[in-house]
Design a binder for this molecule. Structure first.
Ligand SMILES: [Zn+2]
Length: 451
């Protein structure tokens, strides 16, 4: 068996309550304001600095190219950190999140949370770092290739959080004797003992954790929700090969699976008419519910529409599950691992990508089928065989033709979606094997070989 660590999310529902909502809203606003100001300050500091930023990591640490002294945002000369606490050397020098906390103390002073728990501040820096990285990734995947430093220096309006949210990356929630305790910015804490867990069979697995709070401001909703992120180990059968899956707007190539192998097998599920019909119906209902001219629809009709929407959503889910079932059987029969395209920005959920991926992930875990979510940005522009990248996207409906004379596929047309699926498969295989651990009590000798 192959063991893989996977991040899962579980929801905790927090009922609305006037007094508590005030506290939660204030806490979330403080968090969003601190993150936003910090991002703006970091951008303007990097713009004025000489150092080159290679990366911002998940703690918000700024990884540098080169080891030169630098000037802090409020003046003063500093040196990057080159070694870990245990004395080992970092691959690249960095400005750690702890240093950043000190350098940007004025951000916390501005919101009167300089006395906050160190973890609370670390959390602001970590969340800001993640926000900068994801915005940068989205920017570069849009055909532009630009280094992180240059991206920051050329950006006039730094990314900002718009929704009121609260992200706890670090341990700021505690669970004890059936009560949750949230550590707040002002060093006080908030106790929550009327929470609910919607999933049966799930119990909060840890004494302390982080997660994301999303405040639900809609009047007809009863709860806010807090999503716990946790890592768990899952076991998978070692696959004898990998396929990638590309989900497309083009009905004929709706779900396209192709092997990580030149001229390897491919498997295509065109979008069934029944599903197109359900989608059409769903959009119509959404349109009438969302009709801006609210008076045009009475509340009785509106609630009828909502019921209808629920029914159609269930129908949609069942129809998708049926199609996904074929994919799972195909993977089992051929003993293949599955690569999913986790980069959903190009597709906007309009043809079920998010839904399909979610169901597939669950079924893969349940059936111990190796899978991997990839964040492959150029799958439709890179040649699978020689990895040459096209300057432009291939136009819809046209085949992918490689123009590299040294490539096995030179001037040979390949279905663009199949080429993309093969790229996803390649990435998934590398990512999965790069992080999988062999072993487990049920493993046989032939199982413990990485294929
Ligand atoms: Zn090629």
């Amino acid at each position: 068996m192959l063991v893989q660590s996977i991040t899962r999310g579980r929801k905790i529902l927090i009922p609305k309550n006037k007094e508590r909502d005030k506290i939660l809203l204030k806490e979330a606003e403080l968090f969003v304001n601190a993150v936003n100001l910090y991002i703006r300050e970091v951008f303007s500091w990097i713009k004025d600095s000489e150092f080159v930023v290679k990366k911002i990591d998940s703690h918000g640490a700024i990884i540098l190219v080169g080891n030169n002294e630098y000037t802090g945002p409020s003046g003063g000369t500093f040196y990057p950190t080159t070694h870990r606490k245990d004395g080992t050397e970092f691959p690249n020098p960095r400005i750690t999140d702890t240093s950043l906390k000190t350098l940007f103390e004025y951000v916390f002073e501005r919101y009167e949370c300089e006395q906050s728990h160190a973890l609370w501040k670390a959390n602001v820096i970590a969340h800001a770092g993640t926000r900068i990285s994801t915005t940068y990734r989205r920017f570069t995947s849009n055909t532009r290739k630009i280094k992180l430093t240059d991206y920051i220096k050329s950006t006039v309006r730094p990314p900002q959080l718009r929704n009121i949210t609260l992200a706890h990356k670090k341990i700021l929630m505690k669970h004890k004797d059936g009560k949750l305790t949230m550590q707040l910015a002002n060093r006080k804490s908030l106790e929550i003992n009327d929470f609910e867990i919607p999933q049966k069979n799930y119990d909060i697995h840890k004494d302390s954790f982080g997660g994301n709070l999303s405040l639900n401001m809609k009047k007809n909703q009863k709860n806010h929700s807090y999503t716990i992120q946790y890592a768990c180990e899952k076991r998978f059968h070692p696959p004898s090969g990998w396929v990638g899956m590309d989900i497309n707007k083009d009905k004929n190539f709706w779900m396209t699976l192709a092997e990580d192998k030149e001229d390897g097998l491919s498997y295509i599920i065109p979008k069934p008419e029944t599903i197109s019909d359900i989608e059409k119906k769903k959009n119509e209902i959404d349109k009438s519910i969302g009709n801006k001219n609210r008076k045009a629809i009475s509340s009785t009709i509106r609630s009828k529409l909502r019921k209808e929407k629920k029914l159609i959503e269930n129908k949609y889910e069942r129809a998708i599950r049926e199609q996904v079932g074929y994919v799972i059987r195909f993977l089992q029969d051929s003993n293949l691992g599955l690569g999913l395209d986790g980069l959903s920005l190009k597709n906007n959920y309009s043809f079920g990508q998010e839904k399909i991926n979610k169901i597939l992930e669950h079924l893969c875990i349940a059936n111990k089928i190796a899978y991997r979510n990839t964040l492959a940005a150029y799958t439709s522009r890179d040649c699978y065989s020689c990895e040459t990248r096209k300057v432009k996207r291939v136009k819809d409906g046209l085949p992918y033709v490689c123009e590299n004379p040294e490539c096995n596929k030179f001037q040979v047309g390949e279905v663009t979606h199949i080429n993309a699926a093969r790229n996803i498969a390649k990435q998934a295989k590398n990512g999965f094997l790069g992080s999988a651990i062999t072993g487990g009590s049920t493993s046989h000798s032939e199982d413990s070989t990485l294929l």
